[in-house]
Write a protein that binds this ligand. Structure first.
Ligand code: AMP
Length: 116
């Protein structure tokens, strides 16, 4: 756990979040500033700062994380219609919170990806 990390605090239960799924390795909760009707973040309990920096040792956890993203999408009832997943990395990728997280965006047709 990183004391300064807001998502570690959500994992620890010291700041509130709308939890939607949890197991021994990952937690899913509603994004506080949703960009789509469904906007959920799925994170590992363990503090991993960014996609950049993952090592071979992280493969089992990251594999589980990604499989649970698909599970959470099914739980939310959006899997059949579809959803977008995003992992932002560092400044140019738009990463604001340095605890790796997968965004699930769904609930409407999300158009082609446009990079401005
Ligand atoms: P990123 O830009 O990929 O780092 O995304 C960080 C996301 O975390 C943003 O979509 C924020 O709205 C979201 N966020 C920040 N603080 C919280 C919080 N306390 N609870 C839920 N979502 C949060």
């Amino acid at each position: 756990m990183s004391d300064a990390c807001i998502f570690c605090k959500i994992v620890a239960g010291t700041i509130p979040a709308k939890l939607l799924y949890e197991d021994e390795q990952v937690v899913a909760f509603a994004d506080i500033a949703p960009q789509a009707p469904v906007h959920v973040l799925v994170i590992p309990r363990r503090h991993l700062a960014s996609l950049d920096g993952l090592t071979e040792a992280d493969r089992p956890l990251v594999g589980h994380l990604l499989e649970r993203v698909a599970h959470v999408a099914r739980l939310l009832g959006v899997a059949e219609a579809g959803y977008r997943t995003i992992i932002n990395t560092h400044h140019d990728g738009g990463q604001e919170v340095y605890h790796i997280h997968v965004h699930i965006l769904a609930g409407k047709r999300i158009g082609p990806m446009v990079v401005r």
